[in-house]
Design a protein around this ligand. Sequence first.
Ligand SMILES: *Cc1c(COP(=O)(O)O)cnc(C)c1O
Length: 219
Amino acid sequence: MDIKENYNIIKEQLPDGVQLVAVSKTHPVSAIQEVYDLGQKVFGENKVQELMEKYPLLPKDIQWHLIGHLQTNKVKYIAEFIDTIQSVDSEKVLLEISKEAGKHNRKIKVLLQVKIAAEDSKFGFEPLEAKEMFQRSMSGEFPGVEITGLMGMATFTEDKEQVKREFLTLKKVFDELNQLKKLDTLSMGMSDDFPVAIECGANSVRVGSAIFGRRDYSK
Ligand SMILES: *Cc1c(COP(=O)(O)O)cnc(C)c1O
């Protein structure tokens, strides 16, 4: 498994204007450094604990994205340095992020995670709830938070048509909110489905195993 080769193959498949978030969860700092040295600056982790262990050991100009479910009691550990929280899925966590960002005199960029998958195990807002949160944010309710876009995960299935339908559902929500106030980011697509996601309008993709290799959870 050659990380450099993988990385170049992924980069070649991304049209101009599509951001790559390199998902480094479970992979060592040395592998992240290797991808950083190829020019990648945006990395995604899904656990606060793991991010906090890696953060001090890596270059300070990395833009860290949190992409996993965030518990309110952990927001304080990342509020000072996190670039974007992609996995915002409740009013409670929005309020907490806003409060903790305020303590550091900053605004934290967030994406609202919207439930689009058929499986109900996935976290996220219903489309209408996401719209409500966005409107409340527009009227000043979460001053430490800047909602810059939406994030979604499709059902884990071989059925590409289903995946496409789910991505298009999110694109529709994105377009609707974008009418209310300009949004930057539509984050959808992972190693197995990012080409479909881009076809459906994603301008940010979260790719892990196709760059770093398979994750070994047994270690
Ligand atoms: C792990 C993860 C990814 C990347 O998955 P790969 O299949 O390894 O590309 C993307 N998004 C989220 C939310 C994840 O947890």
